[in-house]
Design a binder for this molecule. Structure first.
Ligand SMILES: [Fe+2]
Length: 320
């Protein structure tokens, strides 16, 4: 950056000379910006997208032939939003990934400042996640939390592959800066404490029971929250939709990722329609209009940045 003296600005004879001097001084003018810094409503940087479980499972099975847990910290498939130039976030603040730990494998323990959770798809008895020195059973349709800086690793002591969907606020952490990560001194944190009732675990049986007691919020639709919120930056909601029922969601500033816990149906997100089944993941970026319809009874997990938007007083409707 060149040095520009006060005298040079005093000698500037026209706007072009002034702009030239500002450029040399490393200053951007605020009256004719290259791009507006404020606009009437949020820009749309991400698009609705759908990833199917059958394709992810086949891809993980293939990865299981070539990638072991010695080579990889995690054997996972990152669901990067398919907008040009993006290689990581699923929506602005969140990323999602399918992960597999094969029978008998260990995924080493580590911790990071990013908050994380997982939704279990396939697991047999003996599949554990180890969080802060406790072995938490992973059963199909469970949701498990690993908050900021908690140690976590995975141990598959079952005879079958374990497969789940991870959700993390890593894109938010990248944006704000405070990413820290370290490995545990043991490869996988050793413990004999088994904690099926850990507050970090939301067993599906309890989720189903709570939804059975929850009031209908629209015809055929009931909803509960897991945690309040589950993580400092991430809220989790489960919607039960009866066969044939549907509901609409107006556009807001919330960034959401949906995972299908159970059932079949369709999601219309803006102008795209996705047919979904259990294990699929659907990105619903902020400002999207969405309509969900159940062909058979559905349980939908919604992962969103609601606590963050509420804290900042930025949870607002957006004109479609
Ligand atoms: Fe992790």
């Amino acid at each position: 950056m060149a040095t520009v003296t006060p005298e040079e600005f005093q000698r500037a004879g026209n706007m072009d000379e002034l702009l030239g001097l500002l450029g040399k001084a490393g200053i951007e003018n605020g009256w004719a910006k290259r791009e507006p810094s404020m606009y009437a409503k949020p820009k749309r940087n991400f698009i609705p997208a759908h990833w199917t479980y059958d394709v992810a499972k086949a891809a993980l099975d293939a990865a299981g032939r070539f990638v072991n847990t010695e080579l990889a910290e995690r054997r996972n498939l990152i669901l990067n939003n398919p907008v040009s130039g993006n290689f990581y976030p699923t929506v602005t603040t969140l990323v999602s990934a399918f992960q597999m730990v094969k029978a008998g494998e260990l995924a080493r323990s580590h911790r990071h400042t990013a908050n994380a959770l997982r939704f279990v798809l396939d697991a047999k008895p003996g599949m554990f996640t180890i969080v802060d020195g406790k072995k938490i059973p992973m059963e199909p349709n469970d949701v498990l939390l690993t908050p900021n800086w908690s140690w976590h690793g995975h141990a598959n002591e079952s005879p079958a592959n374990g497969l789940w969907i991870d959700f993390l606020d890593v894109p938010l952490t990248h944006l704000l800066g405070p990413m820290f990560f370290e490995h545990h001194e043991e490869k996988v944190e050793h413990t004999d404490i088994v904690a099926p009732d850990s507050p970090a675990r939301f067993p599906f049986t309890k989720t189903v029971a709570r939804l059975a007691e929850a009031p209908e919020i629209s015809p055929g639709r009931r909803e509960i929250q897991l945690g309040d919120p589950a993580l400092r930056t991430i809220a989790l909601h489960v919607t039960r939709l009866d066969a044939g029922a549907s509901f609409d969601v107006s556009p807001t500033t919330l960034n959401c990722i949906y995972a299908i816990m159970q059932g079949k149906g369709s999601a219309q997100i803006d102008d795209k329609t996705f047919q979904f089944v259990r294990g699929d993941v659907i990105a619903v970026p902020s400002s999207s209009t969405h309509r969900w319809t159940a062909k058979e009874e559905c349980y939908l997990l919604r992962v969103s940045d609601e606590p963050l938007m509420k804290f900042l007083d930025w949870l607002r409707p957006v004109d479609a």
